[in-house]
Design a protein around this ligand. Sequence first.
Ligand code: FAD
Length: 525
Amino acid sequence: MTRSFPNAVDVAIVGSGPTGAAYARILSEQAPQAAVAVFESGPVLTDPPGMHVKNIADPVARVAAQRSSEGLRPHTQSPEGHYPDPSRRVVRPGTHLLPDGYRQPGEDGLPALAMSTNVGGMGAHWTAACPRPGGAERIAFLPDLDELLDEAERLLGVDRHPFDDAPYADVVRARLGTEFDPSRPEERRVRPMPLAVRRRADGALAWSGSDVVFGDTTRNNPNFLLFADAQVRRVLVEDGRAVGVIVRDRIDGGEREVRARFVVVAADALRTPQLLYASGVRPPALGRYLNDQPQMIFAVRLRDVSRQPEAEHSPRGDTAIAEESGVSWVPYIDEEPFHGQVMQLDASPIPLLDEDEPAPGTIVGLGWFCGKDLQESDRIEFDDSATDDYGMPKPRIHYTLTPRDHETLGRARAAILRAARALGDFIGDEPMVLSPGASLHYQGTTRMGPVDDDTSVCAPNSEVWGVSGLYVAGNNVIPTPIACNPTLTSVALAVGGARDIAARLAAEPEDTKDTKDTKDTAAST
Ligand code: FAD
């Protein structure tokens, strides 16, 4: 059956990850009269849409949801449940790797560059760590950054003390604190990692996804529509203004035009610049200043801790993570330009151990993420003559680590070893540097800037320079070399952009609503 798309909306949002959802939520709160439609390339996985797959109780259904997020070439899984890694690239369930073009001769490339294609985006698969940026990670030209970060915490449902009662959490933090705190200002000392997680009435943990960001306010908004399996192929621009989108219905293959007064592209750090490029919006900084956080991991077994009685472990079924050692954070400071997180391996996206049977919570993984030395030459190039699996301009990655990056990695290695020695006994000989792209935190490709000087793509309100009504969202908007997990910051920037659109809608009222007769169809996506 052919579904209906509206002929026109006030705001068309491309992508349903946390940042696209943040636009929908703020607009539902501040401009409830506006017709807002989210178009998402991938399928809907859950009810409500956008829920984190870790909250799916049935393990078979959870794996099916992960496979459905992996684009047109989903991973195959071995009978033992492992993911074969033929290209030795890091493979995460729920994500799909860029099949080719990820490295050019003589460059480092981003072999582990990955994306998710599903309602909720990567936010249906993430670890939900939500630290705040500090020092040079912060965006100095945004005076209201802290207030925006507060709002982002509200939207994501961030808990700053999620595992305070975990049996080994105090031990982990005390040992890290003794090692790192003496040289740090109070606000950048070792602390619990803020996580977008809440405890349900039955005691289980529920991880925030786009469902939480949308919230009931968006879901109950009669002027809000969500279209899954709906790929935006082009943003329509007329006389320097965004006026709509061309959407491919991936169910029937048909293409429709949807007019819009504002278009928000929140399609991740690869596909946001790709869509702008395909739409003929090609400012000089588009795709440039690409940065990923060089990442290093290690593992230790906590020293001198007593085994907790089995009954106190994993009491909440197999969807809850074990939470004995909590998640601890060694914040970035300019003098040590890396971000450390220490968490028990059950919660880590990277499995390190195949055969060890540790007491729950006593094996902790250490992940150190570095701030990248930004270069204009690190970029995504798009091909006018070749297309990717989705028929969009084919991307080609140019990426190199500089001497300064190697120096930072060396210092991060020393720091992770300090942390490991403080905590316990090494598992393995050496910290392991993951292949570039493994952080899943790609930034900069539609970066924000204070002025239009060809080194940025959008203004501080996230509107693309020179294209009125076209906004960009995602980690790609972050202009600084953030080393910490970036989603809280990119959601904060989305809040700022959404407020800007809400204010403009209020200042320029115009009735373009044409959604009523499509609502029933859309609700079934
Ligand atoms: P995404 O969530 O990537 O969503 C983009 C959406 O746009 C996708 O659903 C995609 O299908 C859709 N799309 C793309 N092109 C089109 C198109 N043309 N038309 C329509 N739709 C389109 N971040 C943290 O901050 N903390 C963490 O602890 C953390 N852990 C992670 C662990 C894992 C395993 C993974 C996979 C990610 C993790 N991340 C983490 C990263 C985090 O998930 C992302 O930063 C976040 O999801 C980005 O949100 P977004 O809305 O910008 O983009």
